[in-house]
Design a protein around this ligand. Structure first.
Ligand code: SF4
Ligand code: SF4
Length: 436
């Protein structure tokens, strides 16, 4: 069963329909007064988590207690963690994080340095379709698999920094400790739901190198509790390039390609992907699309305001070395860090496997759609009139879920009732005066 991090708390849901219009893949319906997430369509982008006024959309992450199942525990902090704290250096944050029960911390920012290095080198040698599209934001990769399958060949085939970090940290820990793979626990501190899902259902690799994903919110409070008690600081190894990945544009900067475009916010990304699909952006070398506003600093599991966090990251970067500390890894075979499972198009938008049946269904959808008011008001519980037409054809809704259709129907019925009521024979209750 495919795991989804974003779930619905039915008790909190009031069926207000706020979420249905914001979902980029039309994965939400409101039926019988409650929202429902269509799992096959959800890409765990977190938009509905942000907009729900009743906090009924919940991001499921792993329980911190699962660390106890492992002999050696490694924390992988996302670069966006560094933007969450006021007056804490990266060294302070890493030291406090390690003291939360981990044996080691391994920076995902350092792995981002490595990915930047590989990208710079690989784009010179491999004949990539332009624009090359970043594979770092799993919500965007899943969006492409679902809504823009013709762009799948443009996706950069390098593992995202979180998996590169997991692989290196795990391999080094095995050598250092002599422990078996299953005795080493690798835990990612995540800013978002999409990355939780991508660890449970890996994209482009057989199996994730990570055992558990903790919410940045949960870890934030633990770090604040510990900060008073830790003294010796851990030296961090990441450069300004790796740390910069926390903000939108950070990855693009690390590619050193001349013609990069970075766009944040999922609706903006959809607009650009549409233009790429239409061939309007062939002059762009690299496209970095990020589901969250501001990039990962705007992830739904972060604590700080995304603009404040972005500023903090920029200030931290100013103090850092521009050269990456990746020397140890630049001699390794890049293949170790490449995606090795071909990405598949999602078939969730297919109406039926039988092409004739699918065409019939499409014609019915068109017919029903024409009969609907075209206001896309969402009162029916579907995100728009076309989605309602599709739901009707699939048997999940009725045309009277449309309030305008319902109103017209009620009017016709009322007129008919009126006409019929005149015909009621006087002997069964008419109050008409009976003349002798
Ligand atoms: S997480 Fe994103 S894709 Fe999934 S239901 Fe919410 S808004 Fe839609
Ligand atoms: S932009 Fe970053 S935080 Fe937001 S969904 Fe993508 S990977 Fe997650």
């Amino acid at each position: 069963m495919y795991f989804h991090s974003v779930t619905l708390d039915r008790d909190r849901c009031k069926g207000c329909t706020n979420c249905i219009k914001r979902c980029p893949t039309e994965a939400i319906r409101v039926r019988d007064g409650k929202a429902k997430i269509i799992k096959e369509k959800c890409i765990d982008c977190g938009e509905c988590v942000r907009v729900c006024p009743y906090h009924a959309k919940v991001v499921v992450t792993d329980d911190i207690g699962m660390m106890e199942n492992y002999k050696y525990k490694i924390a992988l902090p996302a670069p966006s963690l560094y933007g969450q704290f006021k007056d804490m250096t990266i060294g302070d944050i890493l030291t406090s994080l390690q003291s939360c029960g981990f044996d080691e911390v391994f920076e995902v920012a350092y792995a981002a340095d490595i990915v930047s290095y590989i990208t710079r080198n690989i784009v010179k040698t491999k004949d990539y379709k332009r624009p090359i599209i970043s594979s770092a934001c799993p919500a965007i990769v899943r969006l492409i698999q679902q809504r823009f399958p013709s762009l799948m060949d443009n996706i950069l085939d390098i593992m995202p920094p979180v998996e590169v970090a997991g692989k290196i940290a795990r391999d080094e820990a095995k050598k250092k400790t002599g422990l078996k793979d299953e005795e080493i626990g690798v835990f990612f501190v995540s800013p978002c739901a999409a990355k939780v899902t991508s660890v449970k259902n890996p994209i482009g690799i057989e199996k994730s190198y990570i055992n558990g994903v903790f919410s940045m919110r949960d870890v934030y409070s633990m770090i604040l509790d510990k900060r008073k008690f830790v003294e010796k600081k851990i030296d961090h190894t990441s450069s300004m390039i790796g740390v910069g990945w926390a903000n939108a544009g950070g990855e693009s900067y690390g590619t050193s390609l001349e013609n990069c475009l970075f766009v944040d916010g999922i609706q903006n990304v959809i607009g650009v992907l549409e233009d790429i699909e239409l061939g309007k952006l062939d002059d762009i070398d690299f496209f970095e699309g990020l589901a969250c506003v501001g990039g990962c600093v705007g992830g739904p599991l972060t604590v700080a305001n995304n603009f404040v966090a972005r500023n903090r990251i920029m200030k931290l970067k100013e103090k850092l070395n521009k050269d990456e500390a990746t020397k140890k890894y630049i001699e390794v075979d890049f293949n170790e860090f490449m995606l090795n499972v071909k990405l598949k198009k999602s078939d969730v938008l297919n109406l039926d496997e039988d092409i004739d049946k699918a065409i019939d269904m499409m014609n019915s959808i068109d017919e029903i759609y024409k009969s609907l008011p075209g206001l896309d008001c969402g009162s029916c519980g579907s995100p728009g009139c076309r989605a309602l037409a599709e739901d009707i054809v699939k048997g999940f809704a009725s045309e009277y879920d449309c309030i305008f259709k319902l109103k017209d129907r009620i009017k016709i019925l009322a007129e008919e009732i009126n006409k019929l009521s005149i015909k009621i024979p006087p002997v069964i209750g008419s109050d008409k005066e009976v003349k002798p």
